[in-house]
Every structure is written in structure tokens, then in C-alpha cells.
Design a binder for this molecule. Sequence first.
Ligand code: GDP
Length: 426
Amino acid sequence: MSMKTICAIATAQGGAVGIVRVSGSEAINIVNRIFSKDISSAGGYTMHYGRITDIDDVIVSVCRAPRSYTGEDTVEISCHGSSYILKQILQLLVDNGCELAGPGEFTQRAFLNGKMDLSQAEAVADLIASQNAAQHRVAMQQMRGGISQKLRELRDRLLHLTSLLELELDFSDHEDLEFADRGELVEIARQISREISRLSGSFEQGNAIKNGTPVAIIGAPNVGKSTLLNALLRDDRAIVSDVQGTTRDIIEDTITIDGHLFRFIDTAGIRKTEDTIEKMGIERSLKASEKARIVILLTEPGVPFADISPLEGRHIIRIVNKTDEFSALSGVGIEQLERQLVATVRSTENSTSDSLLITNQRHKVALDLASEDICRALDSLSIGISGDLVSEDLRQCITHLSEIVGGEITPDEVLGNIFAHFCIGK
Ligand code: GDP
């Protein structure tokens, strides 16, 4: 399958150096036409200093297939970081036969050429987006194949279980022959099931790391929720007003405290009201708060804390605002609140920092389906249902786990969804 040679600017605007990337079977030929040196027989992993016409002095790095990021011949042109220069070079490449790359197209080719599996490709996007140590750690772990390896291991055990079942079927007429009894098979299946559940369950923590621990601020109108949010975000994204119930839109924003990412859900005040728009706001705010892991329950002197019994199970931090000890307006007590937020997250985190976490909704969905499959198999095994029916569930389970790492069978639609979220040039 011959693919077009693609090109893209790989660096963000404003840097001292900019990089244009070219990948495909014609990469070296095309760059050769616009470069002052002859690189037609340049070896892989070589760098060449020269000129791109009268546009710039550049360094050209050559990688030869298959030993490149994409698995194709790849050339990277490092030039001065002017967006004018970068665009001129890009235009020259297009004039000479390159196509502009789509989002994530280089990484998609790396996947298609077997350089990495789908979960690793997704991790590349997470790695680029990572902004703190925890996000970096989970993305790196995934990119290095942590999840892939775990899934391979699970698949091997499922295959082993299937073969034991088939043995049972093949020899079921020979009563005197010994093979693994159902009790053992159930135990193997149970272990696999536990591990799939654990992996799926790690999504809450993984997602909190990637997208921020969700925090809701809840309290009666006017107790100072918007002011508190602003104090925490240190900007004025929320609308602060003396008129009761003016914070109608749910505003979400994130901050990093001590390397931990928090995603604040600003919510309208909880109160009974006939105002329909306001009512909507309250319903939405309660709904939004369901997703919170931490609830800051805010009030002011003389006002009782709001009833948050529907939110049982969250970590609740109770604060009386507008006092000498705490004031969202003047900032007294904010730092202590921040420390409390961090301490709360730390107390809920899995203490083993190197345990495998999933951070991707797509993986979570696939794991939950796999979990259903193995549970069905487990039930069937326990009540002595015929092995071929159990095998079918096990095969389904393997299929669902395989979707995470992808392969030749991955539908274009899934690939399109994944790579559309990448930046161009990666
Ligand atoms: P919300 O309806 O709960 O979001 O409340 P707002 O944040 O809009 O605040 C309502 C009013 O209380 C505004 O006039 C704020 O300036 C005021 N306010 C908020 N925090 C404090 C505080 O710590 N001290 C005092 N004195 N006023 C505050």
C-alpha cells in the first residue's frame, strides 16, 4: 500500500527553532529538490547543514524506513522559528509533491506500520498534553507499553483457559482421563476477572489525574461560592453578583495545586425557586455535583449548611465563609483550603505510584465489556454449562481487550475518532 508523502509544521509558534516534518516514500526525494545538499543517498540518522533556497539556513535530519517514528522514510527540517519561514518551507514541500498532514497522521502511520499499538498512540497525545508529574507518569507508562503488556498477559491467560476447556471437551468421553477440574478453571477465571475489574476501576483515579479531580462548591445563594471559585482560580471567570442566583452557567476550570490537578465545577445555589431559568441551574448544579469527588460545602454565619444527603460518599469539606478565619473575598484561609484539597486527594490515591492506571474512556468501555464477558463465563463455569458456550464468552472477552490495543481489525471510524484529537504534526 503506497501512501502519500505528508508534511506538517511540528513545533508550536514562537520558539527559536521550528521543525517541519516530512514522511513517506518520497520524503527524501522531495526534500532533495529544495535543499542545497544532495541527500539522495544519505544514511538513516544523519544530519545535514545547508540552505532551503533563499528562505533559510537549516539542518535536515534523515531517518530511513523502517527505523523512524512513522516507520517510513522521514525528514525533519529544523529552521529558524519564524512562522513565515515555516510556512514558506511547507509551501515549497507542497509545490514539490507533498500533501499536508492531517491531525495525528504521523502517529497514525506509526500505528499502521506496527511501530506502536493503539493505546501507545493515544498515550503520545496524552504525553504532549501532560502538564504535571502525575499526568506525565501515567502517559509515559502507557506509551512505554504498560497497558499493552498487561493486556497481552491477560489475553494469554484467557487463551490458556480456553485451551483447558477444549481439552475438557475433547476428552469428555474418557471418564478416566484427568484434566483440570472445573474448580481450577473457575479459580483461573476469577483471577482474570478480578484483574480486569481492578484495571477498569483504576479509571476513576486515572481520569482524575488526566482531567483533574472534580470538585463542586455547594451552598445557598450569596454565601460566596463564585467569590471562592475566583479566589481559587485567581481570575474572574465566574460572574460575581449581589443579586441572588446569578451564577447560572456551570463553569468548569482547572488549577494545579502541589502537582495535583483539580477541576472545579461551579454550581448555582441550592434553594427552592419558581424562577425557571434558576431552577434549571440548580438541577444542573446538583447533577454536576454527582460527578464530584470532593464537595466544598460553603455557608456564611447564620445560614445552616445546605442538605447534601444526595451526595453521600464524597469527601466533604465544610467552610463558613465571611468570618475572621475564612474569607473568600480577602483570601484568608484559602491556602489552608488548598492544603486540605491536596491532602484529601492524597488520602484517596492508590499508594503504589507505579501501579497501572487507565486514563482513557475508550479503554474503560472496552474493559467493562470484557468484564461482563468474563463474569458470564465465570457463571457458566460455576453451574457446569458446556465448555463450548464458555469458550465463546472467553473469545468475546479477548476481542474486547484487543480493541484497546487495536490491530488490523480496528475500524476506520475508531481510528478517525482517536487521531482527530491529535495536533497536526504529531
Ligand atoms: P454565590 O451566590 O454563593 O456565588 O455568592 P457570590 O460569590 O456571588 O457572593 C455574594 C456576595 O458576597 C458578593 O457581594 C461577594 O462580594 C460577597 N462575599 C463573598 N465572600 C465574602 C467574604 O469573605 N466576606 C464578605 N464580607 N463578603 C463576601
